[in-house]
Write a protein that binds this ligand. Structure first.
Ligand code: PGA
Length: 249
């Protein structure tokens, strides 16, 4: 049985006060579902106050990125150790916005993933094709290369601690969701790629879908056998909408 994870990626949204009120909204509503692990990833500046509010609750805390380095002269970077000290247990890595605007490559994501695992954080490794790549029939080639590149060199034990998020770039923040069948087809492909690395990891690794998931389309997506949850952007910024997705599991 694979874990189901519903994760909110709050991106660059939320002052401390706004983050606190969103968390209060989630905690006041029916945001717990025994069938799902719930995680939220506020901006760095709000992580510490968020962790205070979330302490002892059913909601885990995530960060949106971290450095591949352990410590040192890396201006503005945030280390795994720093995240641990503010109560973070998950870290999103290789999000398409990091790849697009900050030129992150698969090998960098691989280094960050290794660092996260060494520190005891759960990496949520993002992969996904652009519209141009999909239209050129390259989805499997692109996503396959991302799986190979980001997960290179990990032992079966390390692979067992990784979460994947398949996020077609053309569906992120656009309101265009992959149909459940389209998403499932890529998830099946990813699981087949994983099987080449380790058959047990392929069975147990949660593969989340991301890209304009909302309460209204969540049950169709989450009903697919290989979609093990969601990485939710826009819809996770409204407590009611996010709770709707949690309860669609
Ligand atoms: P979206 O973002 O739900 O707003 O499309 C998803 C993501 O970028 O993780």
């Amino acid at each position: 049985m694979r874990r189901t994870i519903i994760a909110g990626n709050w991106k660059m949204n939320g002052t401390i006060g706004e983050t606190e009120s969103l968390i209060r909204g989630l905690l006041a509503g029916k945001s717990d579902n025994p069938k799902a692990t719930v995680m939220v990833a506020p901006p760095y500046t709000a992580l510490f106050p968020a962790s205070k509010l979330l302490e002892g609750s059913h909601i885990a805390l995530g960060a949106q990125d971290m450095s591949e380095h352990e410590v040192g002269a890396y201006t503005a970077e945030i280390s795994a150790q720093m995240l641990l000290t503010v109560g973070v247990s998950y870290v999103i890595l290789g999000h398409s916005e990091r790849r697009q605007y900050h030129a992150e490559t698969d090998s960098l994501v691989n280094a960050k993933t290794k660092r996260a695992l060494d520190a005891g954080l759960t990496p949520v490794v993002c992969i996904g094709e652009t519209l141009e790549q999909r239209e050129a029939g390259k989805t499997e080639a692109v996503v396959g290369a991302q799986v190979d590149g980001t997960l290179k060199g990990f032992t079966p034990d390390q692979l067992a601690k990784i979460v994947i998020a398949y996020e077609p770039v053309w569906a992120i923040g656009t309101g265009k969701t992959a149909t459940p069948e389209m998403a499932e087809a890529v998830h099946v492909f990813v699981r087949r790629k994983l099987a080449a690395l380790d058959s047990k990891a392929a069975e147990t690794m949660p593969i989340l879908y991301g890209g304009s998931m909302k309460a209204a389309n969540a049950s169709g997506l989450l009903g697919q056998p290989n979609i093990d949850g969601g990485l939710v952007g826009g819809a996770s910024l409204k407590a009611d909408e996010f709770i709707g997705i949690i309860n669609a599991v």
